[in-house]
Design a protein around this ligand. Sequence first.
Ligand code: B12
Length: 241
Amino acid sequence: MRDKKLPDDYTEKLKKKIKKWGADLAGIADLEPLKELKVNPPGLLEGFTRAVSVAVRLPSAVFEQIKDRPTPIYASVYQTANRMLDEIAFKTSVLLQSDGYLSLPVPASQVLDRKNWTAAISHKAVARMAGIGWQGKNLLVITAKYGSRVRLVTILTRAPLKVDGPVKNRCGECTICRDACPAGAIKGVGTETHYRDREEAIYLERCAGKLSGEFAAIPDVGVPVCGICIKVCPFGRGKVF
Ligand code: B12
């Protein structure tokens, strides 16, 4: 496969196409700073120079129904969003490939190591570097427009797309997610960039234990979801302060 020069408007046209396929946000990250990340397999990023980050917004009414635990509707919407994202990532990869650039869709929600709870690559790190949002106290990517009410996917590519920069963290003094977490897992610590590791922001075992044990066992839920730190975030509720 040969690499060729891209027309000036290629990146914008690609983002428009991705949105036509059902995405709400799309951004481009330079892979260089992300090479620090632990990935699985270790050579995953070799040969790629950019990552496309894609976000799909979740319907707000689903969160309004969540009180102190995930609902069967949320579990279903979670799976639908994953399917949509996987399909968008698949189509984006094939499009980039037919334009001459090797590209790899990374699954939206595939856990490869269940002991350490890790995947092929962190979609949140990619999304942050692609300007989709900042890393909030809930450890999730918070977008200015939809809060954390988005799910994410990544496409690795060698297309020399125009890069977007990270955005400023806007959590400020807010600790609503910490106070609402049903597992008492969120520490309420802020970061201007990103946390060195997850333990800086959350007690991972408390979160993972609650979700994969109690919540996944709820009839008709069946998957490790929660949704409460997403629901309470003022950015998702449209109240920005
Ligand atoms: C395993 C997993 C879990 C596990 C472990 C959670 C955890 N906190 O790691 C469990 C089952 C507990 C879980 C829970 C949840 N999850 Co989850 N989970 C994943 C999964 C599959 C892998 C995460 C992973 O590999 N982590 C490894 C660590 C090292 O990375 P990390 O957590 O992203 O954090 C580091 C980086 O982001 C880094 N970073 C940030 N910016 C930068 C920039 C640079 C340059 C570098 C080097 C690093 C860096 O800083 C962090 C600390 O080191 C991802 C999908 C994916 N492939 O990313 C979804 C994902 C993270 N989960 C998601 C969600 C929504 C949830 C839940 C809300 C459940 C739900 N759906 O209701 C909770 C929230 C928990 C919480 N507050 O953190 C979404 C997040 C969307 C968003 N808006 O941010 C993701 C991205 C799935 C998706 N496709 O959208 N999850």
